[in-house]
Design a protein around this ligand. Structure first.
Ligand SMILES: [Zn+2]
Length: 301
């Protein structure tokens, strides 16, 4: 629709005959939902910078299971997430404290330092709303097998490639979480940062600040018979218990700072239907995440 509008405006400048025609059309254009275009299967609105539906409906769409080849399948939300998306009170100070206590050092001290700081918001003053889970798809093993002792592997757990500019000039996400549960903050949660195509290419800067991004370390290799980055797979299980524990702690911590429960999301479901959308996170176990969130929610009651 914006393209059509552009064409019409250009024609309008060119001929007076067209001008009268266009003027006749303008009320029609205004009446059509040109700006209400929705992006992706979970229907993100450029105007409200929100996916469609209630928080529960949004989380259900955004937390669908992502299988190899970015095949998305519905799955039930854990009861704790249903509760947080519907009738739970806002995060409490005790829940925030429980989350901080779960963090390992040195991130715990860092998180304490910013515990009462505001979180990002958009340039239009909309508050932070989405907690987006990624997998790093790094290291990439091409046709080599995954390391035998994947979770303890030094190269797999090394933060250096995310820090040294070899992947991108600036850290690609707010948080990097390795397989032993260590956390490195690439950007503080105050910073409006983008890590999806929806934010960087489709909506652009107005969307920045609406989402925080968590990169969870998981290696990849080519699917048998392929040698392009569109056909890769991650190990099963995809993530470690420590990663689910820390994802839950980060979720509770940043929600508490925001003053409301963020809507959990995944990179692929945020970018669904956008060309070349990434297919991460692979092998994400929503039940395991839910169990860890539940422990912290109960601990802080
Ligand atoms: Zn991603």
């Amino acid at each position: 629709m914006p393209q059509l509008f552009y064409c019409l405006v250009r024609t309008w400048d060119q001929t007076s005959i067209m001008r009268s025609l266009i003027l006749g059309l303008l009320p029609l254009i205004a009446a059509t939902p040109a700006l209400a275009e929705e992006i992706g299967e979970c229907r993100f609105s450029r105007e409200t910078l929100t996916f469609a539906g209630t928080p529960l409906e949004q989380a259900s769409c955004l937390m669908r299971k992502i299988e190899v080849g970015a095949v998305r399948k519905p799955q039930p939300l854990p009861p704790v997430l249903v509760h947080l998306m519907t009738d739970a009170p806002p995060p409490s100070a005790a829940q925030k404290a429980a989350a901080i206590a779960a963090f390992p050092e040195p991130y715990r001290s860092y998180a304490m330092q910013y515990a009462d700081a505001p979180v990002s918001k958009t340039e239009g003053e909309l508050p932070l709303l989405y907690f987006v889970i990624h997998d790093t798809s790094t290291p990439f093993y091409r046709h080599d097998p995954f390391p035998r002792h994947l979770n303890e592997d030094w190269k797999v757990n090394d933060f250096t490639p995310y820090m040294d500019g070899s992947i991108a000039k600036a850290p690609v996400a707010h948080i990097f979480l390795n397989r032993v549960g260590q956390i490195w903050a690439g950007h503080e949660f105050q910073e409006a940062w983008r890590a999806t195509k929806l934010e960087s290419r489709v909506v652009g800067s107005p969307a920045r600040g609406r989402m925080v991004h968590i990169e969870t370390v998981q290696p990849r290799r080519f699917l048998p018979g392929y040698d392009d980055r569109g056909h890769t797979y991650g190990p099963k299980p995809g993530f470690t218990k420590q990663q689910y524990r820390m994802l839950a702690a980060l979720y509770v911590y940043v929600s508490a700072r925001a003053g409301h429960w963020l809507i959990p999301a995944q990179h692929n479901t945020v970018d669904s239907t956008i060309p070349d959308a990434h297919d991460d996170p692979q092998n994400f176990d929503l039940k395991s995440f839910g169990k860890e969130v539940e422990k912290l929610v109960k601990a802080g009651r």
